[in-house]
Design a protein around this ligand. Structure first.
Ligand code: ZN
Length: 136
């Protein structure tokens, strides 16, 4: 397994615009894009930090996994995403190492990326994502 870099750190937020203003105006980061991911029922704002991103996630419905996260744990870091060349190969390797997966196969993420999540019980409480195709 070879991890290229941190692709993004995702942060669960209640109000995207308030936090966009903070990251853009206070931290001076470049707002690299916005997106609605229907599948995950979230609105996303992305900030470039070097070759990595900070992604702010606001739920668009009560059923969103992010809404449930906010209810349980409040605002804060939701997951870390690692950039890899081949998500399917990484999943096979992790499964071989008895790591519990949320996604058995890569699925479609934002911007045509392939993504998969690993269960936080196998990563000491840190929800971890592996993704490819997010080089921009
Ligand atoms: Zn992510």
């Amino acid at each position: 397994m070879k991890i290229n870099k941190i692709a993004h750190i995702a942060i669960a937020v209640r109000d995207l615009e308030t936090q966009v203003a903070f990251y853009r105006d206070v931290l001076g980061l470049e707002l690299a894009g916005r997106e609605v991911v229907a599948d995950q029922q979230v609105k996303v704002a992305m900030f470039r930090v070097g070759s990595s991103m900070i992604e702010l996630l606001e739920p668009t419905s009560e059923q969103s996994p992010i809404a449930k996260y906010l209810e349980r744990r409040g605002e804060g870091i939701h997951h870390i995403a690692y950039d890899v060349d081949d998500v399917a190969a990484v999943l096979r390797e992790l499964a071989d190492k008895q790591v519990r997966l949320i996604d058995d196969a890569p699925r479609d993420g934002a911007h045509g990326a392939k993504i998969a999540f690993v269960h936080p019980r196998s990563t000491f409480g840190v929800l971890s994502e592996f993704c490819s195709g997010t080089h921009r």
